[in-house]
Write a new protein. Structure first.
Length: 445
């Protein structure tokens, strides 16, 4: 059971990335693993209504998490034991659960996210060093600290490393971790209840405020107004603020200028995809943490194939570890190739990948796939066509000539279009964000 509890904690980590803190604490955290039998994971929970909601709303997410970790599908079943309602939670009310902080639960899956467990390389050393300095002396300098970069490179790891170090050094400190989405939803909820004073007391009395994916708050003016005042109060009181984002403040078109200038007034540290030596180090470190070993050929293969996302590297090692525990032996190189084939896109022809890229670009820019392949020169179509050529070059190994054949252009035209795309990305933050999102989507598949 202990072995499968480890697997369940990994699934919880995946689920937490997809829901708000409130939803996670209310619906996922109370689930207690019972056993794994006949390809069915059986849980127990303390209320029938909770079982009903979890099975209706979240069972699919949980199944996907297990399949991602284990490499094969499972079913989910939940038993109800009403005696759990008091004993397991220690009498916590749902209101208390909703405001629980990462360090409140001894079984918190983020406890392992420390500075010692973070693999440092050229692509992330500045962000790492700034995070460490902030954690060691919060509010003294580098305030705010904004860590930005594509998804899956370790921003949240550094965020929790800061949290854990601050809590270790000052257990009584009020340190709040939240996400931009949770901040948004929580404020809207308090506004609807006409009880914003509770919201103010929670956030404005913090010793440190850590907000993941701050770009999410650009969806609402009222939320930005609230965050602006919260930011000012905390900073003027010498309290530490740490933010993460997938883009720089200049690339957040919906953010108010006064907020943008505040985000930029501290230190901005970017994280880029790791080089191959760092990728190998990440694989080796994860293997050490999980108590497994991979030969050099397998390590090299994984590092060569998964180039842009730390989460994919760690997820692959977790799958290997899960299969090792279940079957009693480490998968062979051939089996590892099967494990990651769904990530690398090598299981489908390049033509299929190109077609999917063109479909994604057409959806993002509001033109048709036929328009992209045509000779039409309207501004919006030309812009989208440049984006498509650039993304195909980034995602695939196609030559300029081969890309040109897709659009009926020569290699010189393709090169010119790619260069124009790069220039446009430097000048137009919204365009750069749209292109970057499509590239990330394909690299994370």
């Amino acid at each position: 059971m202990d072995t499968f509890n480890d697997i369940w904690r990994e699934v919880l980590t995946l689920c937490k990335e997809q829901v708000s803190d409130v939803m996670f604490n209310m619906w996922f955290a109370p689930l207690e693993f019972v056993k794994f039998e006949n390809d069915t994971v059986i849980f127990i929970i303390g209320a029938e209504y909770k079982k009903s909601i979890i099975m209706d709303k979240f069972a699919g997410m949980i199944r996907e998490g297990f399949e991602q970790i284990l490499g094969f599908p499972v079913e989910i079943d939940i038993l109800v034991d009403k005696t759990m309602a008091e004993g397991k939670t220690g009498g916590k009310t749902e209101e208390a659960e909703e405001t629980a902080e990462p360090g409140d639960d001894a079984n918190n899956p983020f406890a392992a996210f420390t500075f010692d467990s973070f693999v440092v390389g050229k692509s992330n050393s500045f962000a790492y060093n700034m995070s460490l300095k902030v954690a060691e002396a919060p509010g003294v300098s580098y305030n705010p600290l904004l860590i930005y970069g594509p998804s899956g490179l370790g921003k949240t790891h550094l965020m929790f490393a800061i949290y854990n170090r601050m809590k270790r050094d000052n257990p009584n400190a009020i340190i709040i971790y939240t996400t931009g989405e949770s901040f948004f939803n929580e404020l809207i909820d308090f506004i609807s209840k006409k009880n914003t004073s509770v919201f103010h007391n929670k956030y404005r009395n913090a010793d440190a405020l850590l907000v993941d994916d701050i770009q999410y708050i650009q969806r609402g003016e009222a939320v930005q107004e609230e965050f602006f005042h919260t930011f000012n109060i905390l900073q003027q009181a010498g309290k530490q603020i740490v933010l993460t984002s997938d883009v720089t403040p200049k690339e957040m078109p919906g953010i108010q200028e006064r907020l943008r200038t505040r985000f930029e007034m501290g230190v901005m540290a970017d994280i880029q995809p790791p080089d191959i030596d760092t990728r190998k180090a990440i694989i080796i470190r994860k293997c050490q943490q999980l108590g497994i070993s991979l030969n050099e050929a397998t390590t090299d293969f994984i590092a060569q194939k998964l180039k842009s996302n730390v989460r994919q590297l760690e997820g692959t090692v977790k799958k290997i570890e899960a299969l090792t525990k279940i079957y009693g032996k480490t998968p062979t190189l051939e089996q590892v190739q099967d494990i990651i084939k769904d990530i690398t896109n090598e299981n489908q022809p390049v033509s299929v990948t190109i077609d999917k890229i063109i479909d994604s670009v057409s959806n993002a820019f509001g033109v048709t796939a036929a328009d992209l392949r045509s000779d039409k020169r309207q501004a919006e179509i030309s812009k989208a066509r440049q984006a498509a050529m650039y993304i195909i070059k980034e995602i695939t190994d196609q030559t300029l000539k081969e890309i040109g054949m897709v659009f009926g252009k020569n290699h010189a035209t393709v090169l010119h279009s790619i260069n124009q795309c790069r220039d446009r990305m430097n000048d137009e933050p919204g365009f750069k964000s749209a292109v970057g999102n499509i590239i990330r989507d394909f690299r994370e598949k």
